[in-house]
Design a binder for this molecule. Sequence first.
Ligand SMILES: Nc1nc2c(ncn2[C@@H]2O[C@H](COP(=O)(O)OP(=O)(O)O)[C@@H](O)[C@H]2O)c(=O)[nH]1
Ligand SMILES: [Mg+2]
Length: 255
Amino acid sequence: MSKKNYKFTVLCIFLIIKVKEKRYNDENFTRVKPLSSTKIHLTKAAFTISAPDIRRLPADSGIEVAFAGRSNAGKSSALNTLTNQRGLARISKTPGRTQLINVFEVAENRRLVDLPGYGFAQVPLAMKKKWQKALGEYLEKRQCLKGIVVLMDIRHPLKDLDMDLIQWAADSDLPVLALLTKCDKLSQGKRSAEVLAVKKALSTLNADIKVQAFSSLKYTGKEQADAIICGWLEQEVQDGELPEEDDFDDSFEGE
Ligand SMILES: Nc1nc2c(ncn2[C@@H]2O[C@H](COP(=O)(O)OP(=O)(O)O)[C@@H](O)[C@H]2O)c(=O)[nH]1
Ligand SMILES: [Mg+2]
């Protein structure tokens, strides 16, 4: 073999080795690339927007977990406790004043949503109807809604509107966390009895419903609630699924 041919052969072998090495690295890189799962920390929650109706909300993609409950149930306090941010959801002193849909982003395309409270008494009927419409519309139409936290004062749980909401969620295959708030107001014995009673009452619905005693004041149940909510938010999502026709059959109607 001439010297020139020898050099050419060595160069070719060198190039072939390099190309194979690159291919191997590329393939290997693809194989070990981590899954795109998102670790959620509720403490990262940041206010995004207050919307009077669903048209003003962020795009309907990713995952949302909604907080709903009667006015004065302790919704704002629970949101502040779970996110470790004292002023995140303004704690209203006047029942029924949280009239907008408040959105807090916890990670890219992962949101907590503070829904308007229901069941309040001291506001004009026209206003009431407007707020309930926003609530009903959100529940019916929001495709990215993947879990709902229903907050109820542990001393007066499962009122008519709470039951309507939980029943609607069960019918829509939406998991529910029933958070029994202000549990610091009951003795340990009464608290356990109330949790059991609520679990029993809801077991007949045969749905994915968890019940947890909670206190924003004493941080009772914070860890458990956090784990459930983060579990919902950490799911993989496939956006762009078409809603099933049945989803629109039953609507949640507030007062
Ligand atoms: N003792 C006690 N009071 C609470 C707790 N959570 C909320 N509250 C009180 O209940 C009232 C209504 O709370 P808020 O969070 O504004 O309810 P929202 O209307 O559902 O948002 C306020 O006076 C709070 O201080 C709790 O865990 N323990
Ligand atoms: Mg509030």
